[in-house]
Ligand binder design. Structure first.
Ligand code: UD1
Ligand code: PEP
Length: 417
């Protein structure tokens, strides 16, 4: 079992370069299966979710070559195989195989997805979308079986602005006959990234990034080359870690527009945030104010940053209330932060955080961002060691975490038990 060991108390200083976005990469990789020839993805993050996805593609018969942050995917010999178990259970984003395989072959049998388990994560809106396009969907022993003789464009109104459902419908609709309109679509930047790839592959997609997306399906999609957008959640985590340690960090290779909600909230707390063209500098202060945070769909404060933000709020003076309107039970980090001395209680979908000093402890990351919250906490502890298990969750989404933190001056290492 691997552990992350952190001796806290060193202000982070220097520059950290942000890799491509996990939540784009895990959608763009299956999207490539819709092409008849090679798709090249650049600026790919080096994380376990991407490694697992590349193995899934190879099991399906695609040729995958990876060199550094570039992946070449040739799906010319792709086979229509059922994927009921195994690697699809390791990923949330394996649900994109449904839309991609359905678009390519008119059928898909995919096991229900895995990924971070912080409460119910239904996929009813994905299914509603496939059905609207004319597919027949059934549950076959825990796998979703989807078939369609001919996908037909349709209007789909999403009950919730779901990132996964929006992208999955875009994938299938890009090979449907006629036009599809998604209303109440999610507006996250990763959706625009997928639309950019599909457009380069030959689909016609208008309105990605707004609540109405129109997709004109085509008979064939071709290969292309695409560079993935920077990971706004990794960037936000380093911004938070810099502030929590009272450091001075340039978070480089970001799109500052994607960071507006976290930037505004950190400024409200009293953190100095300098926005540059493609970078953000965080200058920590000795003291921060308590603030209230509401995690919402984009462009609101990202739920994926709610957990690390909880840790930063433990370092503020006073009581902060953090409410997650996207995933109302996403609080697995809290008992572990309490182990580290935090004063937090959960009421419904809110965490009430009273500022206090943290101490080192043995803690367990129960999901990816809970892990990020513990890393931030461990870095902020004054001269004490924190031992974090559950590292495999953190590896799902943080490229080169230990190397990056060391370059910023943190005392961090991995140990194997
Ligand atoms: C791989 C990926 O991109 N993961 C992200 C994606 O997850 P994911 O795509 O799973 O999240 P969604 O945007 O779909 O979920 C948003 C909300 O809609 C609900 N819902 C969703 C689908 C559905 O069919 N029915 C339904 O009720 C969910 O329970 C949740 O309350 O967006 C989340 C919200 O920004 C992020 O936390 C995840 O990091
Ligand atoms: C919840 C997350 O990922 P996933 O949806 O892939 O589980 C995340 O990135 O914070």
């Amino acid at each position: 079992m691997e552990k992350l060991m952190i001796r806290g108390g060193r202000p982070l200083r220097g520059t950290v370069g942000i890799s491509g976005a996990k939540n784009s990469a895990v959608a763009l990789i299956p999207a490539a299966l819709l092409a008849e020839s090679e798709v090249v993805l650049d600026n790919l993050p080096i994380i376990s979710d991407v490694a697992v996805y590349s193995e899934i593609l190879q099991e399906l018969g695609a040729e995958v070559h990876r060199a550094g942050d570039t992946m070449r995917i040739n799906p010319a010999d792709l086979k229509s195989l059922p994927m009921p178990n195994g690697k699809v259970k390791m990923l949330r984003a394996s649900y994109y195989l449904m839309g991609a395989m359905l678009g390519r072959f008119g059928e898909a049998t995919i096991g229900l997805p895995g990924g971070c388990n912080f409460g119910p994560r239904p996929i009813d809106q994905h299914i509603k979308g496939f059905e609207a396009l004319g597919a027949v969907v059934s549950n076959d022993h825990g796998s979703i079986r989807i078939t369609a003789k001919q996908l037909k464009g349709a209007k789909v109104y999403l009950d919730v602005a779901s990132v996964g459902a929006t992208i999955n419908i875009m994938l299938a609709a890009s090979r449907a006959k006629g036009s599809t309109i998604i209303e109440n679509a999610a507006k996250e930047p990763e959706i625009i990234d997928v639309a950019t790839l599909l457009t380069a592959m030959g689909a016609t997609i208008k309105g990605a990034g707004t609540e109405t997306i129109r997709i004109e399906g085509v008979d064939e999609l071709r290969g292309c080359r695409h560079s993935i957008i920077p990971d706004r959640i990794q960037a936000g985590t380093y911004m938070i870690a810099a502030a929590a340690t009272g450091g001075n960090v340039l978070v480089d290779n970001v799109i500052p527009k994607h960071m507006e909600a976290i930037t505004a909230k950190m400024e409200e707390m009293g953190v100095e945030v300098q926005e540059l063209d493609e970078a953000i500098r965080i200058i920590g202060r000795p003291e921060y104010q308590a603030v209230d945070v509401k995690a919402l769909v984009y462009p609101g404060f990202a739920t994926d940053l709610q957990s690390p933000m909880t840790t930063l709020l433990t370092q503020a003076r006073g009581v902060s209330i953090l409410t997650d309107y996207v995933y109302g039970t996403r609080f697995k980090h809290i008992p572990e932060l309490v182990r580290m001395g935090a004063n937090i209680r959960v009421e419904g979908r809110s965490a009430i955080v009273e500022g206090t000093k943290l101490n080192g402890a043995k803690v367990k990351a129960a999901d990816l961002r809970a892990g990020a919250a513990l890393v931030v906490g461990a870095l902020a502890v004054q001269d004490d060691i924190t031992e974090i298990t559950g590292v495999e969750f953190i590896d799902r989404g943080y490229d080169s975490l230990v190397d990056n933190l060391r370059m910023l001056g943190a005392d961090v290492w991995r140990e194997t038990e």
